[in-house]
Design a protein around this ligand. Structure first.
Ligand SMILES: Nc1nc2c(ncn2[C@@H]2O[C@H](COP(=O)(O)OP(=O)(O)OP(=O)(O)O)[C@@H](O)[C@H]2O)c(=O)[nH]1
Length: 164
């Protein structure tokens, strides 16, 4: 049974301590629940499985939901293709992920929650934090003394291991 969990994770990003509140959604919510998650989040990691084309096809509708709920603001977002250790059963090419991320104007990472070589999982989260920070600065809401940036996220498929 799919479950929803929350995590708190602290990281030092560009010499600033950031506390992330992470919501790992189960991906089976109804539309009201999904919208609630989207309202709650400051930033989003959308994760698909490179060995499952269906999961890749769920990205665009999710992105539309984010846009609809957050508009007129644009949404801090990163796109992650997970399970890069399973390259031999890959169904979604790296270039396809890159192209989709370019369309969505967001950063893209391929990574593996199991074999997290090069720390791509952490890098994806760190980049999301930077993006949230940039948007807040642009919106004139940057609070210089705040050492706690809450990055909240709602996604359909999520990495459960975060290491930095
Ligand atoms: N090989 C490989 N397996 C992975 C990777 N990430 C997750 N898995 C496996 O994929 C399965 C699903 O992982 P979950 O983290 O439960 O995926 P989920 O979509 O978040 O599912 P829920 O937590 O039930 O919502 C598990 O058996 C994991 O061990 C990865 O990077 N590589």
């Amino acid at each position: 049974q799919k479950t929803e969990s929350t995590y708190r994770h602290q990281a030092n990003i560009d010499d600033e301590v950031v506390t992330m509140e992470i919501l790992d959604t189960a991906g089976q919510e109804d539309i009201q629940q999904k919208e609630g998650h989207v309202r709650w989040g400051d930033g989003f990691v959308i994760v698909y499985d490179i060995t499952d084309r269906g999961s890749f096809e769920e990205v665009a509708p999710l992105r539309s939901l984010l846009e609809d709920v957050k508009k007129p603001k644009n949404v801090p977002l990163v796109l992650v293709g997970n399970k890069s250790d399973l390259d031999h059963v890959r169904q979604v090419g790296t270039e396809e992920g890159e192209r989709l991320a370019a369309e969505m104007a967001c950063a893209f990472y391929e990574c593996s929650a199991c074999a997290n070589e090069g720390g791509a999982v952490a890098e994806a989260f760190h980049e999301l934090c930077r993006e949230v920070r940039r948007r807040k600065a642009v919106q004139g809401k940057a609070r210089r003394r705040s050492s706690t940036t809450h990055v909240k996220q709602a996604i359909n498929k999520m990495l459960t291991k975060i290491s930095s």
